[in-house]
Write a protein that binds this ligand. Structure first.
Ligand code: ADP
Ligand code: MG
Length: 449
């Protein structure tokens, strides 16, 4: 069997198990690029299709492949062109599905900014009003108000969008200003390479020419001492020259582990604004605004359905709309509630199914920069005791685990310790806003892994 025949055979069988619409959406322009030993590489037309095949159809595909060729053990999906005409009886001629509209935007080589992120298309609501206002002010008076501006919040809630919007706005208003957007991992990589190639001086001087420095996701500087040191000097240099520094993180400076004290105090020295979570009404409003952008117009009940079921962040709301938009293009029909339910099936998972003990322990340990085994141990070290109490609280609150179980699991304690810990955190949450934030961030991560 040639690889073309193999894939035709797979398609023929897949077609029997899924709806025609799904088949046409996700399997159009797919093909087998290679088959070497036990590994098959399937090409897909875009990353949207890749994600779907990986998450939703991988099991079926591998099962069918194996039934055709026992040797096959593994399937990989790669975005790329395929010459193969795989869909012989395509029901309709299809436009490319998915998020493709956005890929027209080109990241600027000088600034690293993506022009798709602007203030104009950033939706302002109570959950992000303050950071948006601060960002707007900074873009109008770079270096003069709120320096540094530190924006934090959970994943997919608009930090990068807001940071880049500042950069794009500055460029618009002050064309002579040098703006640079740098993800923190990239900054770290820059430091490492410069050290290796003995180019530290030129790296330094490049950083120091910048008028508006935007460093995204600074939590990734945690533990990177050399990078922190370099950044500390760059920070001071720019700051003293009244250059604007903008930072983002998934948590407040205080909660970033392994950050040198002097850098932490610099981060805390300006304006700190956090992005919260959009409430139900806001989620509906975001969905409506973004539907207009995508030129889809589903009925009200579809918006309500998505807003009640997708609560974690804006990125996921967008993901849902992208699916509806692909459907609309393909079917030439506005998605109704039934279609929406079926299209979003694998995005919408009841939250109580997502949380597991393992995840809580893993995320709490990561968040506080501890080892899981420390959390599970009976150690009474202060830096372990608090995180352990947070883990106990989450086990009780989100999993309804029994106190004896919680006590046993975490530190081999009895139920009274678990009750005490749960009560302590509960009480502290009434007054300690930081703790409340931390727990929200932890939950956010538990949901997102
Ligand atoms: P983060 O950096 O916090 O993880 P992003 O900035 O990457 O989140 O946002 C995720 C997606 O959601 C992006 O496509 C972004 O454009 C969109 N988004 C987030 N917040 C908003 C908002 N307030 N208005 C419009 N789009 C938003
Ligand atoms: Mg981001």
């Amino acid at each position: 069997m040639t690889k073309e025949e193999l894939w035709q055979a797979v398609l023929a069988q897949v077609q029997l198990t899924i709806s025609q619409a799904n088949f046409a959406t996700w399997f159009k322009n797919t093909g087998v690029v290679s088959k070497e030993g036990s590994k098959v590489v399937v090409s897909v037309p875009n990353s949207f299709a890749k994600e779907w095949l990986e998450n939703k159809y991988d099991k079926i595909i591998i099962k069918i492949l194996r039934s055709l060729d026992e040797e096959i053990k593994e399937v990989k999906y790669a975005v790329g062109k395929t010459e193969l005409k795989t869909l012989k009886r395509a029901p309709v001629s299809l436009p490319e599905a998915g998020q493709l509209e956005f890929q027209e935007f080109k990241v600027d080589k000088e600034t690293n900014l993506n022009p798709r992120y602007t203030f104009e298309n950033f939706i302002v609501a109570p959950f992000n009003e303050l950071p948006q206002a601060a960002a707007w002010a900074a873009s109008k008076n770079p270096g003069l108000v709120y320096n540094p501006l530190f924006i934090y919040g959970g994943v997919g809630l608009g930090k990068t969008h807001l940071l880049e919007a500042i950069g794009n706005e500055v460029i618009k208003n002050f064309s002579q200003k040098k703006v640079k957007y740098i993800p923190s991992e990239k900054f770290t990589a820059g430091v490492v390479t410069s050290i290796r190639n003995h180019e530290m001086e030129s790296f330094k001087s490049k950083c120091r020419e910048i008028d508006v420095l935007i460093l995204d996701d600074v939590q990734f500087l945690a533990g990177k001492e050399k990078t922190q040191e370099e950044f500390f000097h760059t920070f001071n240099y720019l700051y003293e020259k009244n250059k604007q520094i903008i930072l983002s993180s998934d948590r407040p400076p205080k909660a970033i582990p392994a950050l040198t004290e002097r850098l932490r105090s610099r981060f805390e020295g300006g304006m700190i604004a956090d992005i919260g979570y959009p409430d139900y009404e806001t989620r509906v409003a975001i969905l409506k605004a973004k539907s207009q952008e995508r030129e889809i117009n589903p009925p009200e009940e579809v918006f309500n359905y998505i807003a009640s079921n997708i609560q974690r962040n804006v990125r996921e709301l967008e993901g849902a709309l992208n699916r509806l938009s692909a459907y609309q293009k393909l079917q030439n029909r506005t998605p109704d509630l039934e279609a929406a339910k079926s299209l979003l099936k694998n995005l919408i998972v009841p939250p109580n199914k997502v949380v597991t003990i393992k995840k809580i322990i893993q995320v709490v340990a990561e968040f506080y920069d501890l080892k899981e085994k420390d959390l599970l141990s009976s150690s009474r070290r202060k830096e372990i005791v608090n995180p352990r109490q947070v883990a106990m609280y989450l086990l009780r609150e989100d999993l309804k685990s029994s106190y004896p179980f919680i006590g046993r699991k975490l530190g081999g304690k009895d139920h009274t310790t678990a009750i005490h810990s749960y009560g302590k955190i509960l009480k502290e949450l009434e007054t300690n806003e930081n703790l409340d934030n931390e727990i929200n961030l932890i939950r956010q991560r538990i949901f997102s892994i």
